[in-house]
Ligand binder design. Structure first.
Ligand SMILES: CC(C)(COP(=O)(O)OP(=O)(O)OC[C@H]1O[C@@H](n2cnc3c(N)ncnc32)[C@H](O)[C@@H]1OP(=O)(O)O)[C@@H](O)C(=O)NCCC(=O)NCCS
Length: 166
């Protein structure tokens, strides 16, 4: 495969040709990702082509919270979480485990972050059809939490994950 580098999104990354087939995710990368990064609202991690600096896969992380209701299964009112917000792999680079590689990095970063500022879950809200991707393909300990009308919420319990790997 083409030589790729993993890096945080910055102003030098070439974004424009990126197309993962989902216009909402494409548009986020084109218009908001860098702005949100500068405003400390989300952090975008990418794989870029080494020679051209073109982004071919990305994922965002931000701090969030589960509120009353959802948080109750943990026996408290509010649960601090890391939100895996957007994930996209360019159509020309799909099926090369880049999505899985980015999620693995997200998990590592969440575990690291949870030891500095407590956060209990790495959580993703995704389309219903993506449930099997997280549960069966990614295979990192994602658990199904609940479905909404058009989306599904899944998480990795960082405490449980840490205990199972020590
Ligand atoms: C979902 C996505 C990130 C996967 O990226 P990828 O790098 O191609 O995925 P990986 O190589 O890590 O894994 C590939 C496997 O995931 C599975 N997969 C991909 N999309 C899937 C989906 N929507 N539902 C279930 N499984 C899916 C495929 O079966 C594939 O397995 P195969 O290679 O044996 O056929 C990519 O297809 C994408 O950008 N899709 C559009 C945007 C999107 O839906 N983002 C997710 C929102 S959270």
């Amino acid at each position: 495969m083409t030589d790729l580098i993993f890096k945080e999104l910055d102003g030098d990354v070439i974004i424009e040709p990126f197309d993962c087939g989902d216009q909402v995710i494409n548009s986020f990368l084109n218009t908001l990702a860098l702005l949100n990064q500068k405003r400390k609202l989300s952090k975008t991690y990418t794989f870029c082509v080494k020679d051209s600096n073109k982004v071919i896969a990305f994922l965002t992380l931000s701090a969030s919270q589960l509120n009353t209701g959802d948080a109750r299964i943990f026996g408290i009112d509010k649960v601090p979480i890391v939100l895996l917000g957007r994930l996209g792999v360019d159509n020309n680079y799909k099926h090369k485990n880049l999505g899985i590689a980015l999620i693995k990095i997200a998990l590592e970063k969440s575990l690291e972050a949870s030891n500095i500022i407590a956060c209990r879950l790495l959580l993703v809200e995704t389309t219903l059809d993506m449930k099997s991707y997280y549960l069966e393909k990614v295979n990192m300990g994602f658990e199904w939490f609940r479905d909404r009308k058009n989306s599904s919420i899944l998480f990795i319990d960082l405490k449980k994950y840490e205990e199972s790997t020590h």
